[in-house]
Design a protein around this ligand. Sequence first.
Ligand code: FAD
Length: 498
Amino acid sequence: MSESNTVTDADVVLVGAGIMSMTLATFLKELQPHLKIEILERLPGEAQESSGPWNNAGTGHAANCELNYTPQNADGSVDISKALEVNVEFDLSRQFWSYLIKKGAIASPDSFIHPVPHMSFVIGADRAAFLKKRHATMSAHHCYRGMEYSEDHKQIAEWAPLIMEGRDPNQVVAATRMVTGADVNYGALTTNLLNYLRRQDGFSIQFQQQVTGLNRRSDGGWSIDVKDEKSGTRKSIGARYVFLGAGGAALTLLQKSGIPEADGFAGFPVSGIWLRCGKHEVAERHAAKVYGMAAEGSPPMSVPHLDTRIIDGKRWILFGPYAGFSTKFLKKGSLFDLPLSIRPDNLLPLLAVARDNFSLEEYLVGQVVQTKSHRFKALREFYPNLNEDDWEFDVAGQRVQIIRKDQARTGKLVFGTDIVHSADSTIVALLGASPGASTAAWIMVHMLENCFHEQLVGHWVPKLKEMIPSYGHDLKTDAALTERIRKETAEVLGLHTA
Ligand SMILES: Cc1cc2nc3c(=O)[nH]c(=O)nc-3n(C[C@H](O)[C@H](O)[C@H](O)COP(=O)(O)OP(=O)(O)OC[C@H]3O[C@@H](n4cnc5c(N)ncnc54)[C@H](O)[C@@H]3O)c2cc1C
């Protein structure tokens, strides 16, 4: 499409109306209120893909309970370095959300966040020994002050009665608990942020607008090809900067941009299914997010967990996710997403990942062929006395894990987040999905530091410090600041302190 068809010109166009674009747009408007920002979304509303409340687990990931963040070293010790990173990344989100609540941008915390303790729960002597060691290492660090541990059936039953009722009293079990945990409705948070953005000049959002192409302009900006999903008409929108917050489809769009930095990236989609229970008498008796241990070969995000969810004021219990495989990059995407993303530059990395991850493929095939009774069997390990009639199946959001070119092995599967940008930072894409929405604020700060260093050095730092008081400090090493920040944000967000 030629530049002459350009109908509007924005400073920044963000593709996708999920939590990531909304978080970035909010940051940018706070830092530079006069920016003209436009969001383009292919679906009729915001947060209808991964950020929707039923498409993710709503855990405020602070690495309290997710055992995949604390691997055991060969000498038996437990490595908590990754957990600490994720733990303090969540502190940035807590501060950012608190700032927005205090300034009246978000009306009330309970529209999107609720205190829900985070627990790890394991069965068997070996796993209990691991959890005990993990607890000893973590609770000695100020970031995990207050973490509780128990092997006592009675104590664990007090924390989470459903997981203990009907269990063999001789079974060896162990659990940890952090009362500081949170359940977050990222869909409601996305809507809150959008409502705030809509109240500001220079912001607009267009729904049912599918971005189909991205072309470099001669002035260094971008011309974005857009198809109106209702009328089928096409237009082009100009932008100085583009952010691809298109969830799983960010890879597709990054490839369309033609920037050399996109070379070698591929995507590995993993789908998911939940079991959920909204029966009042059952849901009211569970007040925790209880994470188990991953099965052999399973991807880290498929660790089973029995979660309290609070969505639109109603309590639910969610279990899963049962992983699966689909070639779609979005839940409402196309089966051609994966095949169409395969190109000469990412074929070798893809093949290398297929060769090196046999146990993952075996796991996914196993999950896909699971019957209803297999799935209830997995739930029964967490909730022995369950009544199958109380539960319904629901399809979770789609995750696209990153495959990255790797010098030594030609291709590597990455269970994290990657920010890919052009050399001049005029286009930035967010790939991957873990730890996810919880760390959206940290991701955006990290992105601003990497791509907009000059502006940060200029006048953005004082404003960033106002929004995130710990900005520039390492909470992993500053116990006093951590305690102060957590106390303050807990008060604003209605969370518990340790
Ligand atoms: C099963 C599952 C469980 C999860 N659990 C958690 C959890 O417990 N805690 C946590 O923090 N995170 C969790 N996550 C991750 C979290 O949901 C994501 O990291 C987050 O929602 C991603 O937000 P996003 O804005 O990047 O993407 P999305 O919310 O997927 O939004 C992308 C948007 O882009 C739009 N789009 C795509 N292509 C185009 C195009 N060409 N033109 C216009 N619009 C386009 C889509 O329609 C969509 O609305 C989970 C994810 C899944 C799938």
